[in-house]
Design a protein around this ligand. Structure first.
Ligand SMILES: C[S@@+](CC[C@H](N)C(=O)[O-])C[C@H]1O[C@@H](n2cnc3c(N)ncnc32)[C@H](O)[C@@H]1O
Length: 314
């Protein structure tokens, strides 16, 4: 056997969207979507730019050559290519690196999703500002037309923007004031005044019971927490351990007919587990619930993106 061949690592190639699919996204007013998803990385189109996220150098090389081929086939060439290493540990996360393109251009940009505008910042840290796998849930929220929405773990408030566009009053909660400030900018980008929108930089776990005691109630609640975090007082959040606490707190705040989004990146909590564990909470709280599972997004092959499920309170 050829020695160099035997040493070549075996990698499963990434799945690329069909070149024609980009036109379908453009027609829908969407300039932010995945181009490719592989076992060790993925490629996102973000307006005029591309970001390649990779777990190792082999995946990076494969995604770069895949992008060159896909660009030739589609006739669409990114203005800049950023790359981002995906470390195993959160504390090893670093900002993306500009790999090709004009270094003098601003590191911020604006993308659209179904005509809605979101600001991205490639220099803000590990994440640019928009989780593309939540597109389907943002679309669903828009269809639900909530009147009062609670957005916990709100990050840059993409769900708040969508709720604001259909006239909802909202409350967005996140530990990071900087992220909430970006949420305010996202509202402004879409011409939405802040009059009906509140932003609280706090621990969602601690705030939700206080909201309940104040009599606040909502007809849509977004629960999309990180797998792990720690607040400024050292309090630990671990989704596997605290999932029931979060769902119970949300059920206390839920009006009849409230739609609660359950979403997580934790691989141990797939939609079957999310349903089983949240159903038990609803039973104890004596709330009747149904579940809504949405069709997968065309740019996220099975097994990619968060596990998400809507719990619909009757
Ligand atoms: C996965 S992101 C949420 C993404 C968001 N739902 C979206 O679609 O854009 C997690 C966010 O939770 C925030 N966070 C982490 N722990 C928190 C806590 N205990 N209370 C409130 N926010 C928290 C982080 O600052 C981060 O912005």
């Amino acid at each position: 056997m050829n020695a160099s061949f035997s040493r070549r690592p075996l990698i499963k190639p990434a799945t690329w969207i069909a070149p024609a699919e980009r036109g379908v996204f453009e027609t829908a007013g969407t300039t932010a979507h995945r181009l490719a998803s592989g076992p060790d990385g993925w490629v996102e189109r973000l307006g005029d730019d591309v970001m390649i996220s990779h777990k190792n150098d082999v995946a990076l090389a494969e995604l770069i050559s895949g992008l060159e081929k896909w660009a030739q086939e589609s006739g669409w060439f990114p203005s800049r290519v950023f790359t981002r290493f995906l470390p195993l540990k959160n504390d090893e996360r670093i900002s993306p690196i500009l790999r090709t393109g004009d270094m003098t251009l601003p590191l911020t940009t604006v993308v659209t999703e179904n005509g809605v505008r979101y600001g991205l910042d490639f220099a803000a840290g590990y994440s640019h500002g928009l989780f593309l796998d939540q597109r389907i849930n943002r679309t669903q929220l828009r269809l639900l037309k909530p009147k009062r929405m609670l957005n916990t773990f709100a990050y840059t408030c993409s769900f708040t923007v969508v709720a604001g566009l259909v006239g909802a009053e909202t409350l967005s909660v996140d530990l990071s004031k900087k992220s909430l400030d970006r949420g305010r900018q996202n509202l402004a980008l879409n011409g939405i005044s802040e009059a009906k929108h509140r932003f609280i930089a706090d621990d969602a776990q601690e705030l939700m019971p206080r909201l309940e005691r104040k009599g606040e109630r909502f007809d849509a609640i977004i629960l999309d927490p990180p797998t792990f975090s720690r607040n400024d007082k050292g309090r630990l959040w671990q989704v596997e351990q605290h999932f029931e606490d979060l769902v119970n707190a949300a059920l206390e705040l839920a009006m009849p007919k409230c739609a609660i989004l359950l979403s997580t990146n934790c691989t141990k909590l797939d939609t079957v587990v999310l349903e089983r564990r949240s159903r038990q909470c609803a039973k104890i709280k004596r709330r009747a619930v149904d579940y809504l599972r949405l069709a997968p997004q065309v740019d996220f092959p099975s097994g990619h993106g968060s596990s998400t499920l809507w719990m619909m309170v009757r």
